[in-house]
Design a binder for this molecule. Structure first.
Ligand SMILES: [Zn+2]
Ligand SMILES: [Zn+2]
Length: 437
């Protein structure tokens, strides 16, 4: 008996050692080579509720995302967390959300859950908003759905809106301000970094809708080199996604910012997120849910795993296209993208990048009197050039070695399910890969 047990335990010791040895060679490998342990999680990092200027209750907003196959959601109300006691007037709720808004809330959550005070039909009628801690258990499910505490730090500088989302923070951050948009971005970034250090947890910061009010230029985004994320797509119809005659599109800003950062500012690569920026949950108008999201490849559904994955660029953004995979094989220098194709939808995969010896000519944009405009300047076509285009649901790009960075974008010919701008088709944006700095 004893001998058997000894044999058995020495056997399991050998097995454990073997396992440990077998694991050793993998420790140096990158995450992309450990794919098997990673899962895709779908999430929206930008949503509003009645805690600020959204038009539905927070748990109703969360419920929509649960019911539509998302795995995580960040409520990002303006300069506020869903905590403490907050009452909203019924008249305000109704004026924003329509006459059925309370009925829908009661149908979903019941009389016992909904807390009101005052006399219906009078100005005293109010509804108490649930805190994140209160409603979290009604929507969260381990491994399936997660709420991440967040805030849209909504600042202003030179009269322009500077909005940045801090995800996974613990205490509210008041906008710090700054003399220029760039300084405001830097100051708020620093406040987020300080809190992250204090709480010992990662907080993800992303710059929102840079073309909203044409507040932020590509040069601003490039200059704030520690800012790692920005919204390459925001579903709000008022964010000037495509720019105009004097302002570049948001996607063009991405290429300009990355080119400047990586070739001149010794900065980190900038990643692009897609978000809803939901305000309107009822009817067809306004900024609605389901327009843009991120797919994050993480080991588990926790704020830390998701943020760590995004920090290493292991995610893509989407406005409808789902990917089977997107990966960069460092050894072979090959960037590959594979779409999960839908029937009778055509795909075009474009590889975009800037080469080291790009034409550095830059021209300021002028107003009609010949004065320089404070907008993103004009860069040569070498910046964010199309390096290769493939028709079809899968494609790869072999790096030549003289690229600063390369990224892919997937265009489909399928109209967006709820377009935020004219002619919008469903797309996906894998993250840029740095080749040479
Ligand atoms: Zn905003
Ligand atoms: Zn917002």
């Amino acid at each position: 008996m004893n001998r058997n047990r000894n044999l058995k335990s020495s056997f399991s010791l050998i097995r454990m050692l073997g396992l440990a040895l077998a694991l050793v060679p993998f420790l140096d490998l990158n995450a992309e080579e450990l794919n098997d342990d990673l899962q895709w999680f779908k999430g929206n990092l930008h949503t509003h509720t009645l805690w600020s200027d959204g038009n539905d209750f927070p748990e109703m907003a969360a419920k929509w995302y649960v019911d539509h196959g998302y795995n995580f959601l960040a409520l990002t109300d303006h300069n506020i967390l869903s905590e403490g006691e907050k009452w909203v007037k019924y008249s305000l709720v109704e004026s924003r959300g329509g006459k059925d808004v309370l009925k829908k809330y009661l149908e979903a959550y019941g009389d016992d859950w909904v807390v009101t005070r005052g006399e219906p039909g009078t100005d005293s009628h109010e509804i108490r908003l649930k805190t994140l801690e209160q409603f979290r258990p009604t929507v969260e499910k381990t491994g399936q759905f997660l709420m991440i505490q967040a805030e849209e730090i909504s600042d202003r500088s030179q009269g322009k809106p500077i909005h940045m989302n801090a995800t996974n923070l613990v205490t509210v951050i008041s906008p710090v301000g700054g003399e220029t948009p760039r300084q405001a971005m830097e100051n708020n970034l620093r406040a987020v970094q300080q809190q992250a250090r204090r709480i010992g947890k990662p907080i993800m910061l992303h710059l929102n809708h840079p073309n909203f009010g044409y507040a932020v230029t590509a040069e601003d985004i490039a200059a704030v080199v520690q800012e790692r994320f920005f919204e390459v797509y925001n579903g709000h119809p008022g964010v000037n996604q495509l720019g105009d005659d004097t302002h570049v599109s948001i996607e063009r800003m991405w290429d300009i910012a990355n080119t400047l950062r990586l070739s001149q500012l010794n900065g980190e690569v900038l990643y692009g997120v897609a978000t809803d920026d939901t305000h309107n949950y009822h009817g067809r108008g306004g900024s609605r849910m389901g327009r843009g999201w991120v797919m994050v490849r993480a080991s588990d559904l926790s704020p830390e795993s998701l943020i760590n994955a995004m920090n290493r660029g292991d995610f893509y953004s989407s406005s409808g296209v789902t990917l089977e995979s997107t990966s960069f094989n460092k050894k072979k220098g090959v960037l590959s993208v594979k779409v999960k194709p839908e029937e009778s939808v055509n795909y075009r995969i474009e590889f975009i990048g800037t080469r080291v010896k790009y034409d550095r000519t830059v021209k300021p944009r002028k107003d009609k009197d010949g004065n320089d405009l404070a907008v993103t300047r004009q860069y040569s076509a070498d910046v964010g050039a199309t390096l290769k285009t493939v028709e079809g649901p899968s494609a790869s790009y072999k790096v030549a070695g003289d690229e600063i960075y390369v990224r892919a974008v997937v265009h489909s010919d399928k109209p967006h399910v709820d377009a935020s701008f004219a002619g919008q088709v469903q797309q996906a944006w894998p993250q840029p890969v740095v080749i040479t700095k």
